[in-house]
Structures are given as structure tokens and as C-alpha cells.
Design a protein around this ligand. Structure first.
Ligand code: GDP
Length: 454
């Protein structure tokens, strides 16, 4: 259903003949489609409004890159914005729960991590997944504690999970309240040298004052490094109310989105992130205990737009423009007439492109020369020097190197701050290149670009 966005935008832009910068009217029209795509991805309405405003601000007046369509350009802008919203505003993310979801290694152990959320959101499963991950990836000693004293089997469920994952769990003592269990878990962790204590709080089927009050009290008592809201990706529009309530009442530091495996739309991530400003740290992608992944904004953004390809395309567009120049340059080289002036121009372009060897690599039969160039340590600085040598020649000399006798060569060396040997080397190189160009030219365009260009 989202695959259609580029096409739908395409239809709008097809009506517009002119290219160049995106006008406000074009953008407005395109954003109507973007809005529908976001709503279809189940992003909550207030969040959609914010997103649209943000996207509009960056799209209007934006130049459309050569080799992409305005529609593709808009999709790219939308994509970039979504990624920014999904990942922005966090500077200490890596420190706290980065690549391996490693709890802040600088914090003194035991580090408490509090999991909050509705019943059935996947809290207990996430506790187990997180324990496995921290133990395996970060080599941390983890203690699990269920603070759910309302659901009879809850503490038992966590104990079984602990056995399955070879993770320690606090002893079940009937009659203790959540706060007492939390404190007991912290005491035990301190005594027995645990690094991390994962506290799984009680959930209800709906947002409820007692649940919030209890979670807030536990939070105040143990001062967790992370308070993670565990939320079901299938929550859809309720995601906003849920996230806002937990954030206002308990105060969360991050979000774990579960059942992402069942939701191909990804709207909940945007909604929750938009409303709380808290990062999505991890995503649950299955029932198995290793089905927990680090959140990657670009994947969700791509999923929401359903068009990873387009984004890649636009990203490559800038590169392509450079490559087009390279292609033109290479074509010119094949035409046989290859003066020193051409060489200077090409040096300049090569220097701008920064990948001299890469360009040469596009030309078949260049292997031998390339080796010589390698030996002569061709680099940007050298190219700049060679450019200077050519620039010190007269136009006449550039077109007819035969004029370059010993005294002219001395003059050029002096003028370019090089030596006569440098000048000689350049002339030899030019000669080699023009000979090679003649050979290559015979291969024709197809032979030349059969490979090397995408
Ligand atoms: P809690 O009530 O919040 O503790 O929820 P549970 O951890 O008991 O999970 C409820 C159900 O959701 C269980 O059947 C889990 O196996 C399942 N579940 C949890 N996380 C995921 C996930 O990321 N993907 C899928 N498909 N199922 C999950």
C-alpha cells in the first residue's frame, strides 16, 4: 500500500513541467500524499501534523538533484526527516544503551533497569531477552525481579524464564509488595555482585492510576538508570496516549517496541518517539529470547515509506552527478586528441573528485599505466603539482608539446615550483596517456563503459 507513495507523488509532479527548486505549492500537494502514507502506517494524528510541518519546512525551496525526479526528492526529504525524528535529540544514547544495549559501563553496579508497560505488551519476555543480551554481549551478571504481585503466575513466569536463560531471579516471598521486592533485589545484587538488576513491574490491561503510582514509587526508590516503556507495536493510535501517560506519570528514558515482527507499518515508533521525545532503544521481533534488536531508525523510516530503493537512489544521485562528470571526462579521453590542456582540466576534475585511481580503473587497458602511476605515488598533491606545471606553459605549448625544448622546460619548472625532472615526467606521462587514449578510443564507448559504471 505504501509502495504507491513515489508513484502517487509522481503523478502530482508529472503535471508540473518545470524542474529546479520545489515550490511551496508543489510541496503542499505532495505532502497530502505523505500525510495519507503516514496515517496508513498508523502514525497518530497529532504526530502526523508535526511531521508534516517539519517536512514542509525543509522541502520548500529545495533544489531537485539532477537524475532524480521531484517525487523521489520529496520522498528522500520525508525519509530524512523521519529518521531525524526517530533518532534525534539523544547525545548519550550510546553510553546508556548503545549497540549491544549495554548498560552504562561507567555507572557503579548494580544498575537498576525498570520495565513498565501494559499487561501483555511483552514486558516479561523483554526482561528475559534483555538479560540474555546483556549477559551474552556485555558479559554482565544480571538479576531478574518480577514486581507483579497481582497476577498470580507472574513471578513464577519470570522464575521459569530465568531458568531457561540461566539468569538469576530473586526468591519469591509471598505477601511482599512491589517496593519491598525491588529493594530486596537491589540488596541481593549489591551483596552478590550483580551488574544489572532488571525490574519487571506489574501491568494492567489499560492505563490505570494504581499501576502508574506503583511504577513511580518503585522508580523513586531504586532510581533506575533506565526506565523503559515496553509497548506493543500493534498498539496503533493508542500508542500516543499510552506513551504520554507513562512519560508524564512515571518518566521514561526509552522505549522498547515489541511485536515489530507483526507490524509492517512502524507507525507506533514514530508516534511514541514524537510524543515522548524518548528514544526507541530496542525492538522485539519475535517470541524467541534472542529476538531483540537494536532499533534502527532508517529501517523503520524505510518501512513507513515502503521505499528504501528510492531513498538509496536519491542518496546515490549526488554521487551519480560526479560519476556523470567522470564519464564525460573518460569519453573525452577516448577521442584521441588529448592535449596538455585537456590533461590539466582533467587533473582539476580528478582532484575535485578525489578518486584518481578509481577513474583510471574505469578504463580498460590502463593496468600498466596505473602500476606506473602507483609506483610514482600518484596522489592529490602530485596531481596539484602536475596541474601547476601545465598552467605554467603557454597555450601554444600546451597544444604542441614538441615546442618544449630544454630552456622552456627550465622556465616551466621555475614557474611551477617544480624541477625539470618533474616537467619531463609529466610530459612522458602525457605521451603515454595520449597513446593509450588512442587505443582505448578504438574500443568505442561500449567497450569503455561495459564495466566500471553502474
Ligand atoms: P507482559 O504481560 O507484558 O509481561 O507480556 P509477556 O512478556 O508475557 O508477553 C505476552 C506475549 O507476547 C507472549 O506470548 C510473548 O511470547 C509475546 N511476545 C513478546 N514480545 C514479542 C515480540 O517481539 N514478538 C512477538 N511476535 N511476540 C512477542
Amino acid at each position: 500500500m505504501f509502495e504507491g507513495l513515489t508513484e502517487r507523488l509522481g503523478t502530482i509532479f508529472d503535471r508540473l513541467r518545470k524542474r529546479g527548486a520545489l515550490s511551496e505549492a508543489d510541496v503542499n500537494e505532495a505532502l497530502r500524499e505523505v500525510r495519507i502514507a503516514l496515517l496508513e502506517a498508523d502514525v497518530a494524528l497529532p504526530v502526523v501534523k508535526d511531521l508534516i510541518n517539519g517536512i514542509k519546512a525543509r522541502a520548500v525551496g529545495q533544489e531537485v538533484l539532477r537524475s532524480v525526479t521531484p517525487a523521489q526528492m520529496v520522498v528522500k526529504i520525508v525519509h530524512d526527516h523521519l529518521i531525524e525524528v526517530l533518532s534525534g535529540g539523544e547525545t548519550d544514547e550510546k553510553l546508556r544503551l548503545g549497540e549491544g544495549a549495554g548498560i552504562n559501563l561507567n555507572a557503579s553496579p548494580p544498575v537498576p533497569v525498570l520495565l513498565v508497560g501494559l499487561q501483555g505488551s511483552g514486558k516479561t519476555t523483554t526482561a528475559g531477552k534483555l538479560a540474555v543480551r546483556l549477559r551474552k554481549r556485555e558479559k554482565k551478571k544480571v538479576l531478574l525481579a518480577s514486581l507483579d504481585i497481582y497476577r498470580p503466575a507472574a513471578q513464577k513466569q519470570l522464575a521459569i524464564l530465568g531458568e531457561q536463560t540461566e539468569t538469576a531471579t530473586v526468591e519469591i516471598i509471598p505477601g511482599q509488595d512491589a517496593l519491598t521486592i525491588a529493594q530486596r533485589a537491589m540488596d541481593q545484587a549489591r551483596r552478590q555482585g550483580f551488574d544489572v538488576v532488571i525490574l519487571d513491574t506489574a501491568g494492567r490491561t489499560a492505563v490505570d492510576e494504581q499501576m502508574m503510582a506503583e511504577a513511580a514509587a518503585v522508580k523513586a526508590a531504586v532510581n533506575p538508570l533506565e526506565t523503559l516503556l515496553v509497548a506493543d507495536a500493534l498498539t496503533g493510535q493508542d500508542a500516543v496516549t499510552l506513551a504520554r501517560s507513562f512519560h508524564e506519570r512515571v518518566g521514561i528514558t526509552g522505549i522498547v517496541l515489541t511485536r515489530v515482527d507483526g507490524d509492517s507499518r512502524g507507525g507506533a515508533a514514530l508516534s511514541m518517539r514524537g510524543v515522548t521525545g524518548c528514544p526507541i532503544r530496542l525492538i522485539g521481533v519475535g517470541e524467541k529470547l534472542d529476538a531483540l534488536e537494536t532499533f534502527q531508525p532508517d529501517r523503520i523510516a524505510g518501512r513507513i515509506l515502503g521505499m528504501g530503493d528510492v531513498v538509496g537512489l536519491v542518496e546515490r544521485a549526488a554521487d551519480l552527478i560526479e560519476k556523470e562528470d567522470a564519464e564525460k571526462l573518460a569519453l573525452k579521453l577516448t577521442k584521441g586528441e588529448f592535449t596538455l590542456e585537456d590533461m590539466a582540466k582533467q587533473f582539476k576534475q580528478l582532484r575535485k573528485m578525489g578518486d584518481f585511481k578509481g577513474i583510471l580503473g574505469m578504463l580498460p587497458g590502463i593496468g600498466k599505466i596505473q602500476k606506473q602511476l602507483d609506483e610514482a605515488k600518484v596522489d592529490d598533491k602530485m596531481i596539484a603539482r602536475q596541474e601547476a606545471i601545465i598552467l605554467s606553459m603557454t597555450i601554444e605549448e600546451r597544444h604542441n608539446p614538441k615546442l618544449l625544448n630544454a630552456s622552456r622546460r627550465r622556465r616551466i619548472a621555475l614557474g611551477s615550483g617544480t624541477t625539470v625532472q618533474d616537467v619531463n615526467r609529466l610530459l612522458k606521462q602525457h605521451q603515454m596517456m595520449s597513446e593509450m587514449m588512442k587505443k582505448v578510443g578504438k574500443l568505442g564507448k561500449r567497450g569503455l563503459f561495459g564495466k566500471g559504471l553502474p
